[in-house]
Ligand binder design. Structure first.
Ligand SMILES: Cc1cc2nc3c(=O)[nH]c(=O)nc-3n(C[C@H](O)[C@H](O)[C@H](O)COP(=O)(O)OP(=O)(O)OC[C@H]3O[C@@H](n4cnc5c(N)ncnc54)[C@H](O)[C@@H]3O)c2cc1C
Length: 489
């Protein structure tokens, strides 16, 4: 059971981390390991934001090396080439770090990039891009790149179904990795933070109240109980709240400048023949945006899309039109599939917390740390556009930024009493189904299976029959609202 929120009333921390997605969790882990007194809170369950809605790719950075319309874009804008090289190097480094450190949380797959004769990229460009990636990377996790001839590609399940085979000039095949269950990556980091004395609380909304010489006063509200809010103090506040950053920062400062540009991405989960397992496709859709068909356990998913999102951040789901659009793109890519709405097992959508820049129409993908002092929030920082794949370096970067502002922690001050590991803090059936186990991510759950899982959870968490029924209904509602396949054709 979570301790009641009033045990925190009046507590003092070096740092309060607002938001326990993958970047907030990693930041809390780094700060606690360095000896800071840390509180990390999330208004929902841990990692329910963008961290649970990504395409789960620990990608090698190939996309960063794709210039806009032609290679001459890089010649005309050399600064873009610099950024592309830096991001590709970071991607290769993150891929290697993560797979070596947490092999149990990543899964390899074979991705295939079709090279069409009249397509955006020529074969020599693709060859060159892979040579460059090999050169930029640390060299300890091979890309296993090979350009397959059309005849070889015909023999690969899934790839053999590509449209217009006669127009292909080969298919680039390479080893890519996927995050196996990103929510659990965040929870693992929180457990390590807690074992170093950090306090981690889910379903706890933070509101920055006011600031004085001692730092911030922050109000915490338990979202699952009627308990009155409590107040804690922190020398520094880190807004790791993803797409919610502007909303949280606007509370204490009306003059806060916009930091986030949210773009929505949708995915559709389908069951393909068993011989397609472990095989995926990376390509561009009919309007030149990235499109993937990614293996996922015994299933596959198509996605993502990318559109500006200004709707309700707490109810993000795939609409009928978005599902129809993705089905259309999947059928252009693999016409033999003849995919239809009734083939979709589940859907999910998320909003990328990209960096707002009025000069970049669709938001910047580069991770940025914002010192909010200039926006009227001293001793507060925010991070935007940090993907899952670089969350470890994001945590290190935030911890270094804290050190430059408040110095190294006082070794004489003990951390607050070690909290129980947050992995224990499942509060709802949805927490169990999505984030303490990954059952709900494996497609629809039958009624009997749900009843059995609800019963097991009830036994673990001490729920009575009435609570078990309530939790079951809440899970079914959430599934219908956010994850179900849309029935419209
Ligand atoms: C469609 C899509 C595809 C993507 N694909 C990839 C990919 O393939 N690979 C990759 O590496 N990345 C990918 N990303 C990007 C990646 O998912 C995000 O950039 C990353 O998860 C952001 O993590 P975060 O911790 O910064 O934010 P989040 O995970 O959104 O966490 C922010 C948290 O803050 C909490 N919060 C908000 N307000 C408050 C408050 N007042 N008090 C307490 N808590 C609060 C929220 O509940 C939330 O849990 C994708 C994203 C999307 C949407």
């Amino acid at each position: 059971m979570r301790p009641a929120i009033d045990v925190l009333n009046g507590a003092e921390f070096d740092v309060v981390v607002v938001g326990a997605g993958v970047n907030g969790a990693s930041t809390a882990e780094q700060l606690a390991a360095a000896g800071y007194r840390v509180l990390v809170v999330d208004k929902s369950d841990f990692a329910t934001g963008a961290s649970s809605r990504s395409s789960r790719l620990l990608h090698c950075g190939l996309r960063y090396l794709a210039p806009g319309r032609s290679v001459f874009d890089f010649v005309r804008h050399p600064s873009r080439l610099n950024v592309a090289l830096r991001m590709a190097r970071q991607a290769m480094q993150a891929r290697s770090d993560f797979v070596k450190t947490f092999p149990e949380r990543s899964a390899p797959m074979r991705l295939h990039f079709p090279i069409y004769r009249d397509g955006q990229y020529k074969r020599w460009q693709v060859d060159f891009a892979f040579k460059l990636l090999k050169f930029l990377g640390p060299g300890d996790l091979p890309l296993d790149y090979r350009c397959l001839s059309n005849a070889e590609a015909r023999a690969v399940p899934l790839v053999s179904g590509l449209r217009d085979f006669h127009r292909l000039d080969g298919v680039a095949a390479y080893r890519e990795y996927q995050f196996h269950w990103p929510e659990r990556i965040a929870i693992d980091a929180l457990e390590r933070a807690a074992s170093n004395g950090a306090v981690a609380r889910n379903y706890t909304q933070a509101r920055m109240l006011d600031h004085d010489a001692g730092g911030w006063r922050i109000e915490l509200t338990d979202m699952l109980s009627q308990s009155p809010p409590v107040t804690v103090r922190a020398k520094m506040t880190l807004l790791m709240a993803g797409t919610w950053i502007d909303e949280v920062a606007r509370g204490p400062s009306a003059k806060i400048g916009r930091k986030i540009f949210g773009t929505k991405g949708c995915h559709l989960v389908v069951q393909l023949p068993p011989e397609c397992q472990g095989i995926g496709i990376a390509t561009y859709n009919s309007v030149g945006e990235p499109l993937y068909c990614i293996p996922w356990k015994h299933l596959h998913y198509f996605g993502p899309t990318e559109t500006e999102y200004t709707g309700d951040l707490d109810r993000i789901h795939v609409t009928d039109e978005e599902q129809a659009g993705l089905i259309r793109e999947a059928n252009i890519l693999l016409p033999g599939l003849k995919l239809k709405a009734s083939d979709i097992l589940m859907t999910w959508a998320g909003v990328r917390p990209l960096t707002y820049d009025p000069a970049v129409p669709f938001g910047k993908r580069s991770r940025e740390v914002h010192d909010l002092a200039g926006d009227g929030l001293p001793d507060a920082m925010a991070m935007t556009a940090g993907p899952v794949m670089t969350h470890r370096s994001a945590g290190e970067e935030m911890a270094a930024a804290v050190r430059t502002r408040i110095g190294v922690p006082d070794p004489a001050r003990r951390p607050l009493a070690a909290a129980p590991p947050p992995g224990m803090h499942a509060e709802t059936l949805s927490d169990m189904m999505f984030r303490r186990t990954d059952r709900a991510w494996s497609g629809p759950v039958t009624e009997d299976e749900l009843a059995a899982l609800a019963g097991e959870t009830a036994a673990l968490l001490g729920w009575d029959e009435e609570r078990t029924q309530r939790e079951t209904r809440a899970f079914e509602d959430e599934w219908a609202r956010l994850y179900r396949a849309r029935s419209a054709e």
